[in-house]
Design a protein around this ligand. Structure first.
Ligand code: SF4
Ligand code: SF4
Length: 226
């Protein structure tokens, strides 16, 4: 809630940068703490969630640090790390950027707390949909498992385990497929065509053209349906 409040303040004050946003949060924290209104730990949690909520805080951040009176957030992954071995940009991946998995986990906790499974069983006599509650739970579990916060080039497990592209690049001791002379004709990219079409190879050409630090702003759409 705190970060939403800060976002609103920042917006109306025309303060859009990340440091302005942190300043807003600090102001609010100081006031709220004076009145004993917030818990310090909860406040840290809010800071970590805030960056993904607001358009002017696009970079993912972690590890809120409190050196005395200040707040320092450090970027979680750099643009370079977000460039996957195959040329996809992990920062655009639903599994990395979406809050869906965290929200569903919160929902699961709440449903468990109120013993919703028992409720659905009894209520299913009147509400047809609740007869499928077990199936619904399976879907929720699958969404929670989607969460990925470490890109493959930053040491994450990757999209598929094992990923043929990842192991091929590592075997060749390359930084990524953009350094491979065979990528135009390589057929290891076919397994994700349904999701990404030709984006990965198009991106690889961009990495070669603009360099690893500069290419991302020219990247193609992550999913075919975007
Ligand atoms: S795990 Fe494999 S397919 Fe997924 S982003 Fe990394 S290299 Fe690409
Ligand atoms: S052969 Fe080259 S392009 Fe294909 S996966 Fe291996 S490193 Fe990437």
């Amino acid at each position: 809630m705190l970060h939403r409040l800060a976002g609103t303040f920042c917006y109306h004050l025309g303060r859009g940068s990340k440091s302005d946003f942190s300043d807003c949060l600090l102001d609010i924290r100081r006031n709220a703490c004076c009145y004993g209104g917030i818990d310090f730990y909860d406040w840290c949690q809010d800071i970590n969630r805030a960056d993904k909520d607001l358009s002017f805080c696009k970079d993912s951040c972690s590890d809120a640090i409190f050196p005395g009176d200040g707040v320092v957030t450090k970027p979680k992954n750099s643009e370079v790390e977000l460039t996957a071995y195959c040329g996809l940009y992990c920062g655009d991946c639903l599994r990395y950027k979406s809050k869906a998995a965290d929200l569903v986990r919160d929902l699961q906790n709440e449903l468990q707390k109120v013993k919703f499974d028992k409720y659905a069983k009894v209520k299913g006599v009147f509400v047809e949909e609740f007869k499928h509650y077990t199936k619904c739970r399976e879907v929720l579990n699958a969404i929670v498992k989607l969460k990925c916060d470490t890109p493959c080039r930053a040491g994450g497990d990757g999209c598929l385990q094992p990923c043929e592209i990842k192991s091929c690049v590592q075997t060749k001791k390359l930084e990524g497929c953009w350094e491979c002379g065979e990528f135009e004709g390589c057929n290891k990219f076919e397994f994700f065509n349904l999701f990404h079409g030709d984006t990965a190879k198009e991106n690889l050409r961009k990495v070669k053209k603009y360099g690893l630090e500069e290419w991302a702003e020219h990247r193609g759409k992550f999913y075919r349906w975007l």
